[in-house]
Write a protein that binds this ligand. Structure first.
Ligand SMILES: Cc1cc2nc3c(=O)[nH]c(=O)nc-3n(C[C@H](O)[C@H](O)[C@H](O)COP(=O)(O)O)c2cc1C
Length: 311
């Protein structure tokens, strides 16, 4: 039995990434209804709004969904209490060490997967007692470890040392990426950039268009020596930040005007390198269906070739 499916209760081991303000009920319910795992974000720090979104999920889907708790941004203890009291079973923790949250979450019967960018973080999280790991490589969009390891290497490094179920994140947007991740030991995938550009994603059309127009070289890592270090689309604004070498924290203050107002230069547009592989806005159900079909087609073809002793 695939352990990610057992833990999440979903039909497919495909998780929609937590993304501040974007990963709310409109997108997450579409993912859960299509058989994946929709995730509600809390990194926006908007406690009431996030709790409302968790409640709204109950009206929009009868399928399982999860919640993300990013340690770096958790300023309101109510968020943790409310998640513990809710009947949401799958919780991903990120941006910090899961140790502190693990006690209350496990006592409340939650399944906890922690996001890790390196092998050492994976070993610490495994030692702390998490149920699974989300191995997120530097190709992915959003907040990043400045000492970035690619998803390709990270999965192998973690699989070699840890027996927990692994969800691969960063650089995956279709069945090819999913098959590659499974070949390296993953039992599930998490996609961010692919779902930002989905039809049900609440972001402005300009943001989706910028992802579609992006090349494989169309993103940049910013603020490697500061916090947060992020991967974002190349725009005039992000190129200037890259050149300066540092990013002012206020840059992210106007991110909602970019996400929802469509002003692509007023902040930075978080996205991963898969932006170069995404060519159309598709409904969530189609993204998931195509990913599952592509995954199985590749695995079947490879199994046939291997059975025949071919490469
Ligand atoms: C627009 C955007 C916002 C993100 N915000 C968050 C966040 O709030 N919390 C978090 O843990 N990860 C965040 N991430 C990282 C994603 O959760 C995810 O792991 C990553 O996008 C996977 O890589 P991909 O973009 O190649 O699919 C964000 C990513 C994007 C693209």
């Amino acid at each position: 039995m695939n352990r990610v499916l057992a833990h999440t209760g979903a039909t497919y081991p495909i998780v929609q990434a937590p993304m501040g303000w974007i990963a709310r009920s409109q997108l997450a319910s579409a993912v859960s209804n299509a058989g994946g795992v929709g995730i509600i974000e809390t990194s926006s720090g908007e406690t009431e709004a996030c709790l409302q979104e968790i409640r709204r999920m109950k009206d929009l889907t009868d399928k399982p969904f999860g919640v993300n708790l990013p340690l770096l941004f958790l300023r309101d203890a109510r968020m943790i209490d409310m998640v513990c009291e809710s009947d949401v079973r799958f919780v991903s923790t990120s941006a910090g060490s899961p140790g502190k949250l693990l006690g209350p979450l496990k006592a409340a019967g939650k399944i906890v997967y922690h996001v890790v960018p390196t092998l050492s973080a994976a070993l610490k999280a495994a030692e702390a007692g998490v149920d699974g790991l989300i191995c997120e490589g530097g190709e992915g969009g959003g907040f990043k470890n400045p000492d970035d390891v690619s998803t390709l290497v990270l999965l192998q490094a973690v699989r070699e040392k840890v027996d927990l179920p692994l969800i691969a994140a960063g650089g995956i947007c279709d069945g090819r990426g999913m098959a590659a991740a499974f070949a390296l030991g993953a039992e599930g995938i998490q996609m961010g950039t692919r779902f930002v550009s989905a039809a049900e994603s609440p972001v402005h059309a300009n943001y989706k268009r910028a992802i579609l127009d992006s090349a494989d070289t169309g993103t940049v890592m910013l603020n490697r020596s500061g916090t947060p270090c992020v991967r974002a689309l190349k725009t005039e604004t992000s190129k200037a930040i890259y050149k300066a070498g540092v990013m002012d924290r206020s840059t992210l203050g106007s991110v909602k005007d970019l996400y929802f107002g469509g002003d692509m230069e007023c902040s930075i547009a978080l996205a991963g390198q898969t932006a170069g592989l995404i060519h159309e806005v598709l409904p969530v159900a189609e993204i998931i269906q195509r990913t599952v079909e592509g995954f199985h087609a590749i695995r079947l073809k490879q199994a046939e070739r291997s059975r025949a002793g071919a490469f």
